[in-house]
Design a protein around this ligand. Structure first.
Ligand code: CDP
Length: 217
């Protein structure tokens, strides 16, 4: 049993997991780490250094230089950064280089919320609360298309849908920590939900997990 109340929120691109994780952090008064930002930062740093994204050693070197303040860079939120992230995320040695940062964050007094692809399976397999958030590719593409438009990045819906499908295939098909639900994760399909409904459903699932966790301590 873990001493920290860790909430693991995994799922594919634009499933709503980021908003859900932020809402859970507020509801349970816990700090939140969007682990996708780590991979986005490594992708952007590798690209800016003029290195090949398929070069595992170069991407790992970028991962080793990463500092927390670099995660604030708005460039990490772009469509291009998402693609760079999923390309460097296939490398086992990049994932290994980002382990300590994530473990330290997870082991804070009181607990933490982490969202990503492998939190419940690899980073925090003992987390007392695990969610796997999904939605259909079309719904996710629509959400991401609206979000990018709001950031001033105009792009065709069909192109966003193609991005989502490509990333699902790459993230789910890689050998190193592939995206998949942990056996003990609660699945939350948000396709037919507003983001408020999804956040409410997530909170109820985690309240039940917290009650179980407290009674087992
Ligand atoms: O926001 P979105 O879901 O589009 O992406 P993200 O969570 O920022 O993650 C970007 C990419 O980083 C994903 O497509 C994954 O390839 C990778 N990633 C990962 O491999 N493991 C994580 N824990 C988080 C992200």
């Amino acid at each position: 049993m873990t001493e920290f109340f860790v909430i693991a929120v995994d799922g594919p691109a634009a499933s709503g997991k980021g908003t859900i994780a932020t809402g859970l952090g507020r509801a349970f008064d816990l700090p939140v780490l969007d682990t996708g930002l780590l991979y986005r930062a490594v992708g952007v740093l590798t690209h800016r250094a003029g290195e090949d994204l398929d070069d595992e050693a170069a991407a790992r070197a970028a991962a080793l230089t990463l500092t927390a303040d670099q995660l604030e860079d708005p460039a990490l939120r772009t469509r291009a950064a998402g693609e760079l992230a999923s390309r460097v995320a296939i490398h086992g040695r990049v994932r290994e280089a980002l382990l300590e940062f994530q473990n330290t964050f997870a082991q804070q007094e009181g607990g933490a919320v982490l969202d990503g692809r492998d939190i419940g399976t690899v980073i925090c397999p003992d987390a007392p609360a695990k969610l796997y958030v999904t939605a259909t590719p079309e719904v996710r593409a629509h959400r991401r298309w609206k979000q990018l438009g709001g950031q001033g990045e105009e792009v065709a819906y069909e192109d966003v849908l193609a991005d989502i499908r490509r990333r699902d295939a790459r993230d789910g098909g890689r050998d190193a920590a592939p995206m998949k639900p942990a056996p003990d994760a609660v699945l939350l399909d948000t396709s037919e939900m507003t983001i408020e409904q999804a956040a409410d459903a997530a909170r109820r699932i985690v309240e039940a997990a917290r009650a179980r966790w407290e009674s087992s301590r």
